[in-house]
Write a protein that binds this ligand. Structure first.
Ligand code: ADP
Length: 568
């Protein structure tokens, strides 16, 4: 049996690990599925946001769309002669000048020292449809043009197109006019952006048109200046921006460098259904796993218990056979000698008789115990409860056993409350209970031979305590002492006679009589067994039917006549 014990533990561990592993995998798959549902649902929305960013960019390019077919050489020679653009380019510049998103249109030829040594350039006059020389080009134009010039310096050698659009974030847009065959720059058309129009008229309106209301689009979108932590425009005026709720960010690389489109998805029926299904699946899974683990552990513990019981029963059978045989052999030998008539001497006759008597008593006790257990197992323990005074029953027991206890070298401390009320109890059961507890206290005390018996009462219960200063018990032992055939695994118990039945009988009888039993014990210090019975409530708890004894209400207790709390 021991051989399989390790295997059982290994199998239990393997079972638990397998269940937990499978659960982990399932939870992972459920989350994966949920994530991919969310992703599938959000993917088209993210695309919409990216498309929107493209539209915004296109908005600034619009006037100059198609400029790539223009000959910059022609434009350059025309400008050198007239200080004006060709008609083809002028049409586009006019369009830009009329576009409310730009405040003005400036042109700075590349071969001047504009924005370096001086502030000379050209400002486009949309009323006269021509370039007018200007000597005070603003900072904003110079900054935009400066950024364009720096960018082009790095690009010009490999540049193949005739124009390049650059942004000074949201401040200005510059169209660089390039001569790709000569790798030269002709000039910079710079247009400061109209901030109010951009944010209030264009972005706010476009965002609301595209992404509002959130019930339809499934998202709230904000244009946010992340350097200043400032919301520029939003798709839904009612939705307050919450950084923690943002699930997706669309950047504007190369143009609104400081701005992001930030998106909070507001959930859709697909995601709600997926959430609900995830919760449902997790609950079912966890409940299933707990059930499986519970069943596995329960089966394991029951198997362990069954095994321990079977082992104890086997050893009990071996012991009991031996112990039944011993008195029988003694009785048989003594009886044989007596019946032969070989023993004539009076002393020896008496001693043989004593032997037979004592062994018969031992045998009877053992058989009684076995019968008690058998009856308890079959649910046939018969009790005859009557209203009794426990102090009287304890005293009766002491009258019979006090001498025996003292002879064993024990000091006896008895303390019983006055006015112990009546309780409903079977007298024989009580004697067995008290007898077993006292017997154990005597059996399991080695160094300090002390026995305490205490009886207390409250309004509801009567408490009997049997206290010893013996070997005590570990927590593990306490958990099993009421099990049938259980005996602690220590040397004293091994050397002491017993079968591990006494406390199982005690517990059975206490419960049959409506009481409870509990144990407090410290290894090496001793044990306290407390038995509690309910007070008999439907009868007056006065002492009227007790015999009135002049000295004390512990009238039949000679011990307490010496002192309330005495040690002998
Ligand atoms: P038995 O005494 O015949 O072995 P019991 O059922 O009366 O059987 O007790 C079960 C076990 O509980 C004992 O074997 C012993 O290990 C432990 N035990 C019981 N009473 C005490 C006690 N007063 N002090 C220490 N151990 C005890």
């Amino acid at each position: 049996m021991k051989r399989y014990s390790k295997l059982r533990w290994v199998l239990l561990a393997a079972g638990v690990i397998a269940i937990l592993g499978l659960t982990g995998m399932n939870v992972y798959s459920l989350y994966q599925l949920h994530e991919s549902t969310i992703e599938t649902d959000q993917e088209p929305k993210k695309l919409q946001v990216a498309e929107f960013a493209d539209r915004v960019r296109y908005r600034f390019f619009k006037p100059f769309w198609g400029l790539s077919s223009t000959s910059i050489e022609k434009l350059q020679s025309h400008f050198e002669k007239t200080n004006q653009f060709t008609e083809e380019v002028a049409t586009r510049v006019q369009e830009a000048a009329e576009d409310s998103i730009f405040t003005d249109v400036y042109f700075i030829p590349a071969n001047t020292e504009a924005c370096q040594q001086n502030r000379f350039g050209y400002k486009y006059n949309k009323a006269h449809q021509q370039l007018i020389p200007s000597s005070n080009i603003s900072d904003i134009v110079c900054d935009g043009m400066g950024i364009a010039r720096t960018q082009m310096r790095a690009l010009i050698h490999d540049y193949r197109y005739n124009n390049k659009v650059t942004f000074d974030t949201n401040r200005s847009v510059t169209v660089v006019l390039v001569n790709p065959s000569e790798k030269t720059i002709f000039g910079y058309v710079t247009m400061p952006i109209n901030q109010t129009y951009l944010t209030e008229r264009f972005l706010e309106k476009e965002l609301q048109k595209r992404f509002g209301p959130p019930e339809e689009s499934g998202m709230n979108v904000w244009m946010r200046d992340w350097t200043n932590n400032n919301i520029i425009a939003s798709s839904n005026e009612q939705a307050n921006y919450d950084h923690d709720k943002v699930q997706f960010k669309q950047r504007f690389p190369d143009f609104f460098d400081n701005w992001n489109l930030e998106v909070a998805f507001t959930g859709s029926s697909t995601i709600e259904a997926s959430n609900a299904s995830l919760t449902r699946n997790l609950i079912v899974l966890i409940a299933g796993v707990l059930l499986l683990l519970g069943a596995l552990v329960f089966m394991f513990i029951s198997a362990q218990r069954e095994r321990a019981l079977a082992e104890r029963q086997a050893s009990f059978l071996a012991n009991v056979t031996h112990e039944l045989k011993t008195p029988l052999t003694v009785m048989q030998a003594a009886g044989e000698n007596l019946s032969d008539g070989r023993v004539q001497d009076q002393e020896r006759l008496k001693s043989y008789g004593n032997h037979i008597f004592e062994e018969a008593v031992r045998l009877r006790k053992m058989i009684e115990k076995l019968l008690d257990v058998a009856k308890a197992d079959a649910g046939q323990s018969l009790i005859e409860p009557k209203p009794v005074y426990l102090d009287e029953l304890v005293q009766n027991y002491l009258d019979d056993h006090e001498e025996f206890i003292r002879d064993k070298g024990f000091t006896l401390e008895v303390n019983m409350d006055n006015d112990i009320p009546k309780t409903m109890l079977d007298e024989n059961s009580f004697n067995t209970i008290l007898g077993n507890l006292v017997e154990n206290a005597l059996k399991y005390s080695t160094e300090e031979h002390h026995l305490g018996i205490y009886l207390d009462a409250s309004d509801e219960e009567i408490m009997l305590k049997i206290v010893d200063h013996g070997i005590g018990m570990t927590k593990k032992t306490i958990n099993h002492i009421f099990d049938k055939f259980y005996r602690a695994e220590d040397t004293l118990t091994a050397e002491t006679k017993g079968h591990g039945l006494g406390l199982s009988i005690v517990q059975n009888l206490v419960e049959l009589n409506g009481g409870t039993i509990k144990v407090d014990s410290t290894p090496g210090k001793g044990s306290t067994f407390t038995v509690i019975f309910p007070v008999l409530t439907d009868m007056p708890s006065d002492n009227s039917d007790k015999p009135t004894e002049p000295t004390s209400n512990k009238r039949s207790i000679p011990l307490t006549q010496q002192s309330e709390n005495y040690v002998s």
